[in-house]
Design a protein. Structure first.
Lengths: 473, 233
């Protein structure tokens, strides 16, 4: 019986010959594991976690998945141990020594299947990190494990299809051609004229603009009010911005399954900012798109364009008095959902609240909120997988539904394309049909004072027939 | 027995203590070296040090965290407080240090040491019971997770009997031998088990942040190694 020794950089691993049981997939998994450890900084974390894990299980009570399923395999520590066990066994001297002496478990196809199931049940919301006394970041382990699984071809189809379309297809995840993008922008400009009587532009391919705009591209199909709110803010603040026809998608599903893909998508975003000689990337209302764009300095160096979230831009402009408001025109009760990707590490929690409090008479908080928020239940890309909707909305999303119900709010502002889709489905499936899920800029749009006295402003509330007549006039 | 006791208190103690100190220094040195290496390789070197320091301190002194899972938190915090304070600040231990090295420091009163020792014993047993009783911890735990708190309790139990010969049913020298040897065993276990968190805990939150800071071309280089640079998605 012979053993197979492989060495990549300083990481080597050895698969014993009883590894006639070791099929091709586990071998390729270990090869990818060694390559990733060698070229990334994940080894630092794995090494510490593998030595220290106290398994106190405090994370269990903060895990939305485990508290919903009560299945012990869903405890963050248990899930993380699936990968840490492999790390200890194949990549630490003690593990290798022990395996040579006593044998040791062998990575099998079944083990990989178990990992795939577990690491895609977790939404990588990272809520458990805050409750781990040792500071173990289980979200990091999920993120890494998903990358390794992707290298042996284990990825949900919905994620791969989107990334393929973005990197090898039309150039964006929703496969919207440039002509359709331009049509949409023209249509929205017309809407501004008809409804608000103002000439608001969606500038396209303007060279030298300060901001190049990257919303979740699905906003062009599904969230016209969010985009109009974005454009309205740029209009009243006199912001210099543009949409680039070379790349107009902020979505980066690489964040959910592969750093290799994430790197390519981030580079593509930066290339478009450079092509247009822009200075900053302005990311639309989208949690994961914003977090993925925060990796720009990682992949493109310190001279890479600055990344600004639209929420940050708007809150700053509001503070500086650059956004004229009609007052607190939103009278229905409004609450705010913190998207995990921007709120968990405390990076964007106050900006959306400043905006909402300036325009809502009845703003209430969900409990818990900010860095301790509950995930919408569709995080980590799982919202794209329609087949698991009952799991997403009834198991994972049940607590979110209860949380929304407890606020009594009829409007939930969620500045994230994925959260919005998931929350709409959560509300539908949990008897909250009268709750509207909107973006922060959708609400702000209603409150901005364009300084135009025009009857057209009433057109929005007019019956459809009447609205069409006005347009014809 | 006396010879054995002298050996346990002398060369064995010095060896175990040196093993622990050198082992922990090695852990800390390797960890700092690896953190610096990771930061050197990282494309984005901006680390939110103050946020990490705040979170680390919050968990080193978890006053605000006691409310979550109250029983477990009170048990574990009391356990840690007792096992850190008693061995270092017991008057008898300080006297030995003074005799051996000339160094001495402030001691806690013996009756407080007795109380804390009882706290350590009760909480060690409670930790094991809580671990076995709760479904989530039970499912995660292996032999070592139960054994370590009980092993840590052993020098406290024997130490209490040494301090109170009137209730000690065993010969003094034998009890003292068990006390010293179990203490030595803990010293040896500290660097090689999860007990090493006593030195590494202050670094884990920093590690969790730094690990997210990839080298700029990490993805493409992995693709090169795996021969996937031209592979369609």
């Amino acid at each position: 019986m012979s053993a197979v020794e492989t060495k990549i950089g300083k990481y080597s691993y050895r698969v014993e010959a009883k590894a006639d049981q070791v099929a091709d997939r586990p071998r390729r998994f270990l090869e990818a594991f060694a390559a990733v450890l060698d070229r990334s900084n994940y080894g630092l974390a794995l090494d510490a976690y593998a030595r220290l894990g106290a398994k106190c299980s405090r994370c269990a009570s903060s895990c939305q998945l485990y508290t919903a399923t009560e299945d012990t395999r869903d405890i963050p520590c248990h899930r993380s141990d699936l990968l840490l066990r492999l790390y200890r066994r194949y990549f630490t001297p003690a593990g290798q020594f022990k395996a040579r002496l006593f044998g040791g478990f062998t990575l099998t196809d079944e083990y990989l299947d178990e990992m795939a199931e577990e690491y895609y049940r977790c939404t990588a919301c990272r809520r458990c990190k805050a409750t781990c006394p040792l500071g173990v970041d289980h979200g990091l382990i999920t993120h890494l494990a998903r990358w390794l699984l992707a290298e042996v071809g284990i990825v949900p189809k919905a994620l791969v299809v989107a990334v393929r379309e973005q990197l090898e297809g039309v150039g964006n995840t929703s496969a919207i051609p440039v002509a359709a993008l331009k049509d949409t922008c023209e249509f929205l400009e017309e809407e501004f004229r008809d409804i608000y009587g103002v000439d608001v532009k969606f500038p396209i391919d303007v060279e030298g603009a300060e901001y190049v705009f990257f919303p979740a591209v699905s906003d062009y199909l599904l969230e016209p009010d969010t985009l109009m709110g974005n454009a309205a803010v740029m209009h009243v603040t006199g912001g210099s911005w543009t949409i680039g026809t070379g790349n107009y998608d902020g979505i980066n599903y690489g964040l959910f399954y592969s750093d290799r893909m994430m790197e390519r998508i981030v580079n593509q975003l930066v290339a478009e900012v450079r092509r247009l000689k822009g200075r900053k990337a302005l990311i639309g209302e989208c949690g994961h798109a914003t977090r993925a764009a925060w990796f720009v300095p990682t992949f493109c160096g310190s001279d890479a364009p600055e990344v600004v979230s639209f929420l940050q831009y708007t809150a700053k402009a509001l503070r500086e008095g650059k956004i004229p408001l009609k007052g607190k025109v939103i009278e229905e009760r409004v609450t705010y959902h913190d998207p995990c990707n921007i709120a968990r590490a405390g990076r964007i929690t106050e900006e959306p609240r400043e905006i909402l409090k300036a325009i809502c008479t009845d703003y209430v908080e969900m409990t818990p909120n900010r860095t301790e928020n509950l995930c919408c239940g569709g995080g980590g890309g799982s919202v794209s997988i329609d087949e698991i909707r009952p799991f997403r909305t009834q198991k994972m999303g049940k607590k979110k539904a209860e949380q929304i119900r407890a606020t009594g709010a009829k409007i939930v502002a969620a500045p994230c394309a994925n959260c919005k889709k998931q929350l709409r489905e959560v509300c539908e499936d949990n008897g909250l049909d009268d709750v509207q899920i909107v973006g922060v800029h959708d609400l702000l749009l209603k409150a901005i004072d364009f300084g135009v006295e025009k009857d057209a402003g009433k057109a929005k509330d007019a019956p459809p027939g009447e609205k069409e007549n006005k347009q014809e006039e | 027995m006396e010879t054995w006791l002298e050996w346990a208190r002398g060369p064995m103690f010095r060896g175990a203590l040196a093993f622990m100190i050198l082992g922990l220094i090695r852990h800390v040195a390797i960890t700092w070296f690896e953190i610096r290496r990771a930061l050197r390789r990282a494309g984005d070197k901006s680390i939110p040090y103050s946020t990490i320091a705040k979170a680390t301190l919050q968990w080193l002194f978890p006053v605000n965290r006691i409310r979550d899972r109250l029983v477990y938190s009170v048990t574990t915090v009391s356990f840690h407080v007792a096992i850190v304070i008693v061995p270092i600040f017991l008057a008898g231990h300080i006297l030995l240090w003074e005799r051996g090295t000339g160094l001495s420091w402030w001691a806690i009163p013996n009756h407080l040491a007795d109380l804390l020792t009882l706290v350590a014993l009760v909480t060690a047993v409670a930790l094991v019971i809580e671990r076995a009783a709760a479904r989530d911890t039970r499912s995660l735990s292996r032999f070592g997770d139960y054994a370590i708190p009980l092993l840590v309790a052993l020098p406290f139990a024997s130490g209490f009997l040494v301090m109170h010969p009137e209730i000690n049913p065993f010969p003094f020298d034998a009890t003292m031998f068990v006390h010293v040897m179990s203490g030595n065993l803990i010293f040896i276990l500290i660097p090689v088990t999860k007990l090493s968190h006593c030195a590494l805990l202050p670094t884990t939150r920093l590690i969790s942040e730094v690990a997210w800071h990839f080298p700029p071309r990490a993805g493409s280089e992995v693709a090169l190694i795996l021969g996937k640079e031209n592979e369609p998605i």
